[in-house]
Every structure is written in structure tokens, then in C-alpha cells.
Design a protein around this ligand. Structure first.
Ligand code: MG
Length: 204
């Protein structure tokens, strides 16, 4: 499986990083090896000094497809989870400044925290009104709602499937809301969809 991530999908996060608002979704990938194994601490690799958390809603693809029309995109996912797109921000800034690809800053070991459980999408009355949040050491640091997405889930699936064939089990990280910040050793992060705790991890 693969992980396709969407960058710059929430206006306030674009502002906080002083990025330009894109005209099309910004996409990048992480390999399956980037997933933090369940119950493992998040060891930060010695490749950078400034790691950031980005909490994101994660969509699990349920069947193969390419060139998926937007009106049929809803048939390609049944479940929603939560994750952290762990980012080596200093390295990413360096790569961005040079116009180089981001993978070294985005796709390293343990850079994808993914909740063990996924919630059936039928449990939500409106997929474009889901609250999700991240607590760092017990304090809320990020708070998002899917209504704030620049591109909705179905639009993202239609768009990315023009470039990449989607397969069963692929995960889509749908972008982070504002409030990203630093991860330090011994920090504890807890992620929530509405009031439900989806993951709890410790940084080492
Ligand atoms: Mg992200």
C-alpha cells in the first residue's frame, strides 16, 4: 500500500507557513515503511532538528481505481481514521528553498502516525462537518473541521486518481489545519475525531 498526502488544504495553515495558496491540490507520498508500528514510541530519526506534528483526517481506500469521476468517488472509501503527518520542518524548508522534492522531510521512518481503528463513514451525518483535534501533553494544539478543507475528500480522490492508481488499503492524508508545532522528546500526543480518542503516542 501507499500513502498519498495532501499539502496546503486548509487556508489558515497555508497562512501560518506563509505558503502560497495552490491552484491545484499539492500531493506527495510516503511509503508504507513510514507508518509507526502500533504501540511503538515515535523515535525521531537523526536527520533534522525541528520536527513538527500535523494532525490530519485519514481516508482508507477500499478498492482499485483510476480516473475516478468526482460523483463516484464516495464509492472508493468506507472508513475514516486519524493520523499525524510528522514533518522534518527544517529539512523541508531547505528542500523547498532549493526547489527539491520533499520526501526526505516527509517520508522518513515513523513519519506516518495512523490510528489503529477507523470509523465507518456511515457513523457521520456529514463528512464535511467532522471535528478532529490533537492534544500535546494534554493541551489542545490543533483543532480542525473538514468544512474548512479547500478540496473535499471526493474532489481529492478524483484529482489524485488521475495521476496515481488507487488501491485497496491505500491511505490518504487529507491535510492539516492551523496550529502545527514542534515535537520534542517525551511529548505525548493524543488525537481525537469528535470526542473519540484515536491514538496516543509518545515521542522518544
Ligand atoms: Mg501534512
Amino acid at each position: 500500500m501507499k500513502i498519498i498526502c495532501v499539502g496546503r488544504n486548509y487556508a489558515k495553515h497555508i497562512e501560518e507557513l506563509k505558503n502560497e495558496r495552490p491552484t491545484d491540490p499539492v500531493l506527495f507520498m510516503k511509503p508504507d515503511s513510514a507508518i509507526l508500528p502500533d504501540k511503538n514510541p515515535l523515535y525521531l530519526p537523526p536527520i533534522a532538528n525541528d520536527f513538527h506534528y500535523e494532525v490530519e483526517l485519514v481516508v482508507k481506500i477500499n478498492k482499485i481505481g483510476k480516473f475516478i469521476p468526482q460523483e463516484f468517488a464516495y464509492k472508493y472509501y468506507d472508513e475514516i481514521g486519524l493520523g499525524i503527518d510528522v514533518t522534518a520542518r527544517d529539512l523541508q524548508s531547505e528542500l523547498k528553498a532549493k526547489g527539491l522534492p520533499w520526501e526526505k522531510a516527509k517520508a522518513f521512518h515513523n513519519s506516518a502516525v495512523v490510528s489503529k481503528d477507523f470509523i465507518p463513514k456511515t457513523a457521520f451525518s456529514n463528512l464535511q462537518n467532522i471535528n478532529f483535534s490533537l492534544k500535546k501533553n494534554g493541551k489542545v494544539v490543533q483543532n480542525g473541521n473538514t468544512s474548512q478543507m479547500l478540496w473535499k475528500i471526493d474532489e481529492l480522490i478524483a484529482y489524485m486518481s488521475q495521476f496515481f492508481m488507487l488501491k485497496k488499503g491505500d491511505l490518504i492524508f487529507t491535510g492539516t489545519p492551523a496550529g502545527v508545532g514542534k515535537m520534542d522528546i517525551n511529548d505525548e500526543f493524543t488525537g481525537f475525531i469528535e470526542d473519540r480518542e484515536m491514538f496516543k503516542i509518545r515521542v522518544k
